[in-house]
Design a binder for this molecule. Structure first.
Ligand code: G1P
Length: 289
């Protein structure tokens, strides 16, 4: 039902400078895999088959990572490196439809999402931001799709946005929402404010980087004004709400790992190392020493 995921990956990654001068933050390794692969896996495990990367100049490596590298294949074949060939093949075949569109100017998340309009076409789609990995039993996007499906029986043109409660002092880093409880883990959103001050934040319910939209969002993205040089996705979401479209916030099950800053990045590496029996030993031994 939802086949396409749009991944805005055009940003400069300034919070991770200086490495992001030369390596896109999405390609920074969490162990031996780029951070973006964990997100792509979540998307594929949730049953989607088309990934639309919104890139900018210098970010082509993200798309190349999932594309077929004939030279590397030939090299490994000639040397009979069967295991490595299998490893590479698994990465290169996981995304069925790989699309890249360009955001030529850094005009914000709202603008980046709008760049995907013609590829998304007239069907609901997911937007996933590259910073937030979610470790969970059921992939976070899959949980959201279940909620979307369930609510679709009752509502038309609905959106579902992943939420997490964050410490009060962090509200100014996120889109913060207010709304009415529909069930234990779902609210119907009434208001969304991008990066409010502590005083202006009505709640500590933060938008994390996962959204399900219908193409209605594009109409609103075309209507919103630029603020501080950028078009905010949050303003278009408020536009949907103001026009009476149902927008739901969903508190997912799982642990979010924000790889967009140094501490979060380190936590993500440790988290995934601790999941692996051999690497776990290495980490624990190192700490005990
Ligand atoms: C973006 C969104 C914000 C959201 C956040 C989640 O902000 O604008 O609403 O809460 O992602 O990571 P950014 O982190 O790109 O500044």
């Amino acid at each position: 039902m939802i086949r396409k995921a749009l991944l805005p990956v055009a940003g400069l990654g300034t919070r991770m400078l200086p490495i992001t001068k030369v390596v896109p933050k999405e390609l920074l390794p969490i162990l031996n895999r780029p951070a973006i692969e964990y997100i792509v896996q979540e998307i594929i495990q949730s049953g989607l088959d088309t990934i639309i990367f919104v890139i900018s100049s210098g970010k082509e490596g993200i798309v190349d990572y999932f594309d077929i590298n004939l030279g590397l294949r030939k090299f490994l074949e000639e040397r009979n490196k069967v295991e490595l060939l299998r490893l590479v093949d698994r990465i290169e075949s996981q995304v069925e439809n790989l699309v890249a569109v360009r955001q030529k100017k850094p005009e914000g998340l709202g603008h980046a999402v709008l760049m995907g309009e013609s590829i998304v076409g007239n069907e609901p789609f997911a937007v996933i931001l590259g910073d937030d990995l979610v470790a969970s039993d059921v992939p976070c996007l899959k949980q959201m799709l279940s909620v979307y499906l369930e609510l679709s029986a009752k509502y038309e043109d609905l959106s579902v946005i992943a939420l997490e409660e964050v410490p009060r002092e962090d509200v100014s880093k996120y889109g913060i929402v207010d709304g009415d409880r529909v069930s234990e883990n779902i609210i119907r959103m009434r208001r969304v404010i991008e990066k409010p001050s502590l005083n202006d934040a009505p709640t500590n319910y933060a938008i994390i980087g996962r959204y399900i939209f219908t193409p209605k969002i594009f109409e609103h993205l075309k209507r919103i004004p630029k603020r501080g040089g950028e078009y905010q996705l949050t303003d278009a979401i408020q536009g949907l709400i103001d026009d009476g479209y149902p927008v739901f916030g969903f508190f997912f099950q799982g642990m979010r790992l924000d790889t967009g800053n140094l501490k979060g990045y380190l936590k993500a590496i440790l988290y995934y190392a601790l999941q692996d029996p051999e690497l776990r030993e290495v980490v624990l031994e190192m700490i005990s020493k």
